[in-house]
Design a protein around this ligand. Structure first.
Ligand SMILES: NC(=O)c1ccc[n+]([C@@H]2O[C@H](COP(=O)([O-])OP(=O)(O)OC[C@H]3O[C@@H](n4cnc5c(N)ncnc54)[C@H](OP(=O)(O)O)[C@@H]3O)[C@@H](O)[C@H]2O)c1
Length: 290
């Protein structure tokens, strides 16, 4: 009896070993298929189509926007509170000024508070006599530091007031510059253009819920069409793709579009927060640094 049970146990053991080997084989072949399916970059058709969108925007944006008033007239928006990142220059500066002139409470979220305070002084002087003083304030935010993002969000949420609009406008495109990393260890375009604004958006959700219906607006770019996001190589360091500043910028903008789409879908309808990405077209600003 004892020898019978030990031989049946041996048999069971062998079966288990065989099953395990088969499972391992299966896992290996699934991994193999995954490897084959995983894309290493843009296909030439997608690349060509992306560049056609970009060239179309370059050639025709003036014509397609020629019917719009500049600046666009805004209705009074005195009951709205808006955070605008990167509002010391370019597109963000105009957004902050025009929203403030329409009555909104504006928080300029900037890495250079002195520059923002100088702008506010100038805008108040230019505005004087045209209405109530502009309702603008400055808060420090450096998107190259995730700690700074957390500090900003904690300070803002501690006020327990509503936030109606978060405009993630700040961005960089360091043309021709070598690959650089933030102190958090992320490629700089990816951090400033996608990771830090994504973190900010998530951390500010409690305030956005209080301001509901509210909106997160990400200032994106048509250049996202030629971006490629490899979730296993967000920093473009594996050698699979060669890093250029164009790769850094376009990938970060595509990552932002992908994240926004997921966030928009995951937020429950009751939260009343919508997430959008906008492409401003080609605007003469400081965004391209050589
Ligand atoms: N201009 C275009 O043709 C164009 C086209 C498509 C998309 N966009 C997008 O539009 C957005 C605004 O760009 P823009 O053209 O107005 O360029 P810009 O004049 O260079 O403004 C960029 C703003 O981002 C801020 N910023 C940069 N790094 C930051 C950091 N680490 N932390 C906090 N703020 C930081 C800058 O602050 P400082 O003033 O301190 O440098 C500046 O205020 C960007 O997201 C850009 O990708 C622009």
């Amino acid at each position: 009896m004892a020898s019978q049970s030990s031989s049946s146990e041996k048999g069971k053991g062998k079966e288990k070993e065989k099953e395990k080997e088969e499972e391992e084989e299966n896992e290996k072949s699934v991994e193999g298929v995954k490897e084959k399916v995983k894309k290493k970059g843009l296909g030439w058709m997608e690349w060509l189509r992306g560049w056609m969108y970009i060239i179309y925007e370059m050639l025709f944006q003036r014509i397609s926007a020629s019917h719009l008033q500049n600046p666009m007239p805004l209705p009074p928006i005195n009951d709205l509170t808006c955070i605008v990142t990167g509002s010391t220059s370019g597109i963000g500066k105009e957004i902050a000024r025009q929203l403030a002139e329409s009555g909104a409470h504006i928080i300029m979220a900037v890495r250079n508070p002195k520059a923002a305070n100088d702008l506010i002084k100038k805008w108040q002087e230019e505005w004087s006599g045209r209405g109530l003083p502009l309702n603008i304030e400055v808060m420090e935010l450096d998107l190259l530091s995730l700690d700074s993002v957390v500090r900003f969000a904690e300070a803002w949420n501690a006020r327990t007031g509503p936030l109606h609009v978060l405009i993630n406008n700040a961005g960089i495109f360091s043309i021709g510059e070598p690959q650089k990393f933030s102190k958090d260890g992320n490629e700089e375009h990816m951090q400033v253009n996608h990771l830090a604004p994504a973190l900010l958006s998530i951390l500010l959700l409690p305030s956005l819920v209080r301001g509901s219906p509210s909106r997160i607006i990400n200032v994106n770019s048509v250049m996202h069409y030629v971006g490629f996001v490899d979730t296993e190589d967000m920093n473009v360091v594996s050698g699979k793709r060669k890093y250029t500043s164009l790769v850094g910028y376009t990938s970060s903008k595509l990552a932002q579009v992908m994240f926004s789409s997921v966030l928009h879908k995951r937020l429950p309808a009751e939260a009343g927060i919508s997430v959008v990405c906008v492409s401003p077209g080609i605007v003469q600003t400081n965004v391209v640094s050589f």
